[in-house]
Design a binder for this molecule. Structure first.
Ligand code: FMN
Length: 389
């Protein structure tokens, strides 16, 4: 174990897994194929998925070796809170299917490391439980409910749970076309087909943990779900309860109701960024859902640069999709993002290392980013753009 003191939280990494890729490989060995493929896959032919990372990695940084250096700090102010690093945990659905208690594990680690954790509407822990773990620091991502009464109730619960930031989602007007999930018959709870049972039997650790924690459920949605739904009824319930296609008319009442910071995630062009500003939103996350929705779309680093340059002084511009380590965070910040998020990297960590996965992955990313900052002589995160080649 390598240990090093940094900020308040001790940074400890498991030296067997010194990269997100190592965690991904371990995760693949530890969890059933249907769960790994749900996490790992993009959509259609995975073009957008791969482009996200490869195009971030085309960004190059300029080091200054002879300049005065008095130390580098990752501390980043965002929406009135000073976080310990410029990255957070993106909302991921069905987390408990990949590893039991995954949302609780990640929320606790995020809280201890003083970085933001975003809870998805469709994950396996409730707003209330995550708020308790994070002392009201977690953000909440709202899938847009069809019924106003459900929307208002969820928003009130997020407010009562003291969520500082509500994130609405722009980029799921349709379900992404994901061949692996179609092939695997992915469902919640997992379908007990012979194929899936064989996959589960091959992963005894996952099976034991899942048995111990019980079947994962959509905890935040429980109050709105009729009891005892079978799988087909559950799918219909989800279709009926949410309408992913957003528009200005749907956003306005949310802006009126929500007194905290309001962020829109899934912005991929200047026109949508302009709408967000016009509607009085506080931030945008330039994102393509980790390449899971539009295989023919751009990678996120391209619109990020355009949007940050044009609107960076009017709204907080953040980015996710494709980042897999400290150098990627640095490249993204240098390209104009004020904050970054990652989805898969953290879930690989938890699937690989269980309860220790959140702490390890955050420690790893902090260590990598600190090294880049010191290497290029970047003292504060806001100085990253000065290192863009
Ligand atoms: C398995 C999985 C499930 C996801 N579920 C949600 C979700 O419920 N809500 C949401 O806003 N985004 C969801 N996303 C998108 C992430 O929030 C984020 O945009 C994406 O993972 C970023 O790309 P990265 O995985 O390359 O870091 C999901 C992503 C993955 C990989």
């Amino acid at each position: 174990m390598a240990a090093m003191q940094q900020n308040k939280k001790e940074i400890k990494i498991n030296t067997k897994y010194p990269s997100v890729d190592d965690l991904r490989n371990r995760a693949k060995q530890r969890i059933p194929k249907f769960a790994f493929e749900y996490l790992d896959g993009g959509c259609n032919e995975d073009v957008n998925l791969h482009k996200n990372t490869s195009e971030i990695r085309e960004v190059e940084l300029l080091p200054y070796y002879l300049s005065k250096h008095t130390g580098s700090s990752m501390k980043t102010e965002l929406f009135g809170h000073v976080y310990d690093a410029p990255f957070g945990i993106a909302p991921v659905g069905l987390q408990g299917l990949m590893w039991p208690n995954a949302p609780e594990i990640l929320a606790k680690s995020a809280f201890e490391h003083n970085i933001p954790f975003i809870l998805s509407t469709v994950t396996t822990s409730s707003i209330e439980r995550i708020s308790e773990i994070t002392e009201g620091k977690a953000w909440f991502q709202l899938y847009h409910p069809t019924e106003d009464s459900v929307r208002d109730d969820i928003i009130k619960r997020a407010e009562a749970a003291e969520c500082p930031v509500l994130v609405i989602l722009a980029d799921v007007p349709t379900f992404g076309f994901r061949p692996r999930d179609i092939r695997n018959g992915l469902a919640m709870p997992p379908k007990m087909s012979v194929k899936n049972i064989l996959q589960i039997l091959g992963k005894p650790n996952w099976a034991m943990q899942t048995l111990r924690h019980g079947q994962p459920n959509f905890e935040t949605l429980k109050p709105y779900m009729p009891k005892g739904l079978d799988l087909a009824q559950l799918g219909k319930f989800m279709d009926k309860t949410f309408s992913g296609r957003l528009n200005e008319e749907k956003i306005k009442p949310i802006r009126d109701m929500w007194k905290g910071k309001l962020v829109i995630k899934g912005v991929a062009n200047e026109a949508d960024a302009e709408s967000a500003i016009r509607l009085g939103l506080d931030g945008i996350i330039v994102s393509n859902h980790g390449g899971r929705q539009l295989d023919a779309g751009e990678s996120t680093i391209k619109p990020l640069a355009r949007i940050a340059e044009k609107y960076g002084d009017q709204i907080k511009v953040m980015m996710d999709s494709g980042l897999r380590g400290g150098p990627d965070i640095a490249r993204t910040m240098a390209s104009g993002a004020e904050f970054t998020f990652m989805g898969r990297s953290f879930m690989y960590g938890v699937a690989a290392l269980g309860a220790k996965g959140g702490d390890h992955t955050i420690s790893l990313l902090k260590t990598e980013l600190q090294q880049v900052m010191e290497q290029i002589c970047c003292e504060e995160v806001k100085d990253f753009p000065n290192h863009l080649i």
